[in-house]
Design a protein around this ligand. Sequence first.
Ligand SMILES: [Ca+2]
Ligand SMILES: [Ca+2]
Ligand SMILES: [Ca+2]
Ligand SMILES: [Ca+2]
Length: 262
Amino acid sequence: MPFSTRLLSTILTKERAHEKSIQDFFSLVLTTVLLSGICAGSVGPDSPDYSELAAVWTPTIYQDVTTSYDVRADFLTRFDFDGDWAGGNNWENTFSYPLTSAVYYSVQETETHYFINYFFFHPRDDGPISAEKHENDFEGALFVIKKDGTPYGSFVLMETQAHNHFYQYSNDSSIIDRSDDIDGAVIFDNGHPCVYISPNGIGTNAGHGVRAYDGSAAQGDDGIIYRYTDGLSMVPENASGNYEYVYDYELISMDVFLGAAL
Ligand SMILES: [Ca+2]
Ligand SMILES: [Ca+2]
Ligand SMILES: [Ca+2]
Ligand SMILES: [Ca+2]
């Protein structure tokens, strides 16, 4: 079995055992599509380098954490944080390796827009009951960027995913409610859209679901910020306080999954 197929099979098997993780399943379906190459976008003659484009629009991430399951289980990291591409050992390896900060991305484009997916990986989705626990928690956000003649375009909206809901956020008044409604506005951090990721636990505001950050304080007065600055992969050392500590993160193309399959 090709590596990518085996990898996804491992992840999906784990995920399907977790019946409530519909949100994770949708993310993985998208991941599957991306890995299959079906969505691979062509680079237009005037398009910027995708890695540069993704870096320009990197989200500033308000990562809430909880001490209930060890705050490290809420740290963003890379899928191969433990030095291998095996998905079936990530739960037990979570605290045995440094959880170096990373966010994955992929870009597609049309004649008028760029669609940048940012994917957030946590080795564990933990909770108080067995049905809440699973490894390989891969969730994300989609940013829609309009081609406006400038090198990197202008932000239009973001769609995020939390549990079995997709949420839409925009500051553009011309985008109105239709079959789905606009769920709120977008706060920018020096030009970077701010997103919120819930901590481990149970309920609507847990499980690493992603929403636009709304300015709220971190639950339990602990949470950190991941802000893309120099693209450095870091291991958070302190998660206490109301988003008091800030850490840079590495940006990685989803293509690495294809590379790992070779
Ligand atoms: Ca592993
Ligand atoms: Ca909505
Ligand atoms: Ca999750
Ligand atoms: Ca917290």
